[in-house]
Design a protein around this ligand. Structure first.
Ligand SMILES: NC(=O)c1ccc[n+]([C@@H]2O[C@H](COP(=O)([O-])OP(=O)(O)OC[C@H]3O[C@@H](n4cnc5c(N)ncnc54)[C@H](O)[C@@H]3O)[C@@H](O)[C@H]2O)c1
Length: 354
């Protein structure tokens, strides 16, 4: 891989991958393209520069901007409007134009230059009604999946790739699934090598967490800087559960996928923390208190919001079987890392996360 182009390369995932890949392949040219729409993405620009990553201020909705970034052997598509709430109560334009039309521009760029493509998709491709119909029971601190589930692809280990896809899933999830379908056609018709990673919650230092995206950082930042938080839905006790994956664990996987592009090409993988690395909001509060040393009051609202699901756990069986990869960092490691980063970068993060 002589040249790697990372779209959304100033975002949380994009910048971490760009810096990590440049560090492990100093001879490679790594280019990060980003329109800096996400607040806080600008904080990554000096980091990218210091790490030897070239930055192109560009928009994937504009083919000319991609052309300016130039040809690449590998394109990693990390740009997105990543909020599951995007489009609710307003225009769906931005999320459709970026997450679908913009991704197609990226694929066209890849087709023209023969680039391989790794696409960052999401667990949100799975429909909300089906996820909400999962069987679970309540423990003292969380909702826990039953070992036996009625739907295919679901078990106590979580959601596998064979989970049903029929039903609504949010515009965010729909634009990602539509992009996956087009990507598969580019693979079949033009011979592009492609890998799709359907990621659950990703987190770690340098995520600019906000209410509708990046909940782990939001939770830790509110503890660190002070502020309001609320358990919303499912009775308001904070028992909803997500698996979480440290961004360093994702970087490790992307390294493996780059090395094995030929035999992993054409495959779709669910990628997440899995059952072992999962947490409820209530449990997350306890960890944030421990690692920031601060306690804040958390309000409660019983009513469940649109597009929310009670439990999501990634079943990593397919990716682990294919590559041997599995997450290494625990939820405790993750919160500790984030709390340390908040302390170390307090001054620069104040205006974004406080
Ligand atoms: N963070 C997660 O929990 C998570 C989970 C599953 C999937 N993903 C996927 O991973 C990818 C990266 O997400 P992230 O968490 O880094 O989000 P992020 O918001 O931090 O990064 C996305 C970047 O894309 C940029 N961007 C937005 N619109 C653009 C456009 N039209 N042209 C160019 N750049 C544009 C933003 O400025 C931002 O820097 C996304 O595709 C997202 O859907 C993230």
């Amino acid at each position: 891989m002589n040249t790697i182009l990372i779209t959304g390369g100033a975002g949380f995932v994009g910048a971490t991958l760009a810096l990590g890949l440049k560090a492990s392949r100093p001879e490679a040219r790594v280019v990060a393209l980003d329109n800096l729409k996400r607040r806080g993405a600008e904080l990554n620009l000096p980091r990218l520069k210091a790490g030897g990553v070239e930055f192109v201020h560009g928009d994937i909705r504009q083919e000319a901007d991609l052309a300016e970034a130039g040809p690449a052997d590998l394109l990693i598509e990390c740009s997105a409007e990543p909020s599951v709430l995007a489009g609710y109560g307003g225009s769906p334009r931005y999320v459709i134009d970026t997450n679908l039309a913009g991704t197609i521009n990226c694929l066209e760029h890849a087709r023209q230059h023969g680039s391989a493509v790794i696409f960052l998709s999401t667990s949100r491709v799975y429909p909300i009604a089906a996820l909400s119909a999962l069987q679970y029971h309540e423990t003292e601190t969380r909702l826990d999946l039953e070992p036996a589930q009625a739907l295919p692809g679901a078990s106590g280990a979580g959601i596998a790739e064979s989970f049903p896809l029929e039903g609504a899933r949010s515009l965010y999830g729909a634009t990602k699934l539509a992009s996956e379908l087009i990507l598969a056609e580019y693979g079949a018709m033009y011979g592009l090598r492609t890998i799709v990673n359907r990621c659950g919650v990703l987190t770690g230092p340098w995520q600019m967490g906000k209410a509708d995206q990046g909940v782990v950082v939001l939770w830790a930042a509110r503890h660190h800087f002070g502020g309001a938080l609320k358990y919303i839905g499912y009775g308001g006790s904070g028992k909803q559960v997500r698996d979480v994956l440290h961004i360093d664990d994702l970087l490790r996987l992307i390294e493996v996928q780059i090395d094995r592009l030929d035999d992993l090409s054409g495959h779709t993988f669910n990628v997440g923390g899995g059952r072992e690395v999962s947490v409820s909001l209530q449990e997350l509060t306890a960890l944030c208190r421990e690692h920031t040393g601060k306690t804040i009051t958390i309000a409660s609202e019983a009513e469940t919001r649109q597009a929310d699901v009670p439990v999501y756990i990634t079943d990593n069986a397919r990716i682990t079987e294919a590559t041997g990869w599995r997450p290494a960092k625990s939820v405790d490691d993750i919160v500790a890392d984030i709390a340390r980063w908040l302390r170390d970068e307090e001054n620069s993060l104040q205006s974004i996360l406080a």
